[in-house]
Design a binder for this molecule. Structure first.
Ligand code: SF4
Ligand code: SF4
Length: 304
């Protein structure tokens, strides 16, 4: 299974619509989108326009502290207008005038790492999960995903309980090891799946979140390593690889004996078609669309 990740924080309806349209045309039927009503509408209209049926939608939310629910902020008083952030933002969320488009910011933190003056800070932008998640399930979303990299256990329990109460077809836990060791990661997962039926939970083994900047084995290495840790624990879950995933992921996972259920690709999947989907005449230009579809097809095929 290939899942296109549009970005838990990607609130730009038009860019989500274009991404979903191209990947649906290329054969993708699983889409991971932000838990916003307008984004679900946008994604649904894209698959309809693409003429693709039987698509599955996953919406992602995060606990306090998880980078997937953060956005960047620039302090003007500290900014020297060097342009590093603008040039390195993977989602075109920063204008050349060094102003952030909040809807496009996915919280990857690249800009903050590249800023020489520390002018960029991250802040959290959460959704009302109690209101939005039941709406999503009632409107055909089959998978509810929780990003759990944060220390707020109370928020984790609160949001995980709501996901369970919504009773989606599958619940998904997205976790990486940056702040926790292997032991704590597994303890956290075991606690979360304790009362769930076997194989109704996905564990999305996040290598390095939002890091798929290139197509090398090295970039995807951590996602495969993370999947191996989950696999070795023999948990009754489906394993999906993510976080630095690219066209090399399936090959490396197979070489390492990983029995994965799916591969979720975000940063790399978006990057390879970016020149096409940012084209001003995208909807009119069938050649532009076809070029993007061919590129997307190759990526999807690499995951099978
Ligand atoms: S680099 Fe990442 S965190 Fe910074 S503005 Fe762009 S998307 Fe947001
Ligand atoms: S990288 Fe930092 S200093 Fe340079 S333009 Fe961006 S915010 Fe300003």
């Amino acid at each position: 299974m290939f899942k296109l990740v549009c970005g838990a924080g990607n609130e730009d309806s038009e860019s989500v619509k274009r991404l979903v349209y191209i990947y649906a045309k290329a054969g993708c039927t699983y889409f991971d989108i932000s838990a916003r009503k307008e984004i679900l509408l946008s994604a649904k209209s894209a698959v309809k326009e693409a003429g693709v049926e039987n698509c599955h939608f996953c919406v992602s939310v995060g606990i306090k502290g998880d980078p997937h629910i953060t956005k960047a902020n620039i302090r003007d008083s500290v900014c020297i207008k060097c342009g590093n952030c603008y040039r390195n933002c993977p989602n075109d969320a920063i204008f050349s005038s060094i102003i952030i488009n909040e809807k496009r910011c996915i919280g990857c933190g690249t800009c903050a790492k590249k800023c020489p003056t520390g002018a960029i800070t991250m802040y959290e932008k959460d959704v009302n999960v109690k209101e939005i998640l039941p709406y999503m399930v009632a409107n055909g979303v089959e998978i509810l995903e929780l990003h759990i990299m944060g220390h707020d256990k109370k928020d984790l329990d609160y949001k995980w309980n709501i996901i369970n109460e919504c009773n989606p077809r599958l619940a998904s836990i997205c976790i990486d090891r940056e702040y926790f060791g292997n032991k704590e990661v597994l303890e956290r997962i075991r606690g979360m799946i304790a009362h769930r039926k076997p194989y109704t939970t996905i564990v999305q083994a996040d290598g390095i979140p939002m890091s798929g900047a290139d197509d090398s084995y090295k970039t995807t290495l951590q996602s495969v390593a993370m999947a191996e840790i989950i696999q070795n624990a023999n948990l009754p879950v489906h394993i999906v690889l993510s976080g630095g995933t690219n066209s090399k992921t399936a090959e490396l996972a197979r070489l390492c004996g990983i029995n994965y259920w799916g591969i979720a690709i975000g940063s790399w999947a978006r990057k390879i078609i970016k020149p096409y989907i940012t084209s001003p005449d995208f909807w009119e230009n069938k050649t532009t669309q076809q070029n993007a579809i061919e590129i997307a097809k190759k990526l999807i095929q690499s995951t099978i």
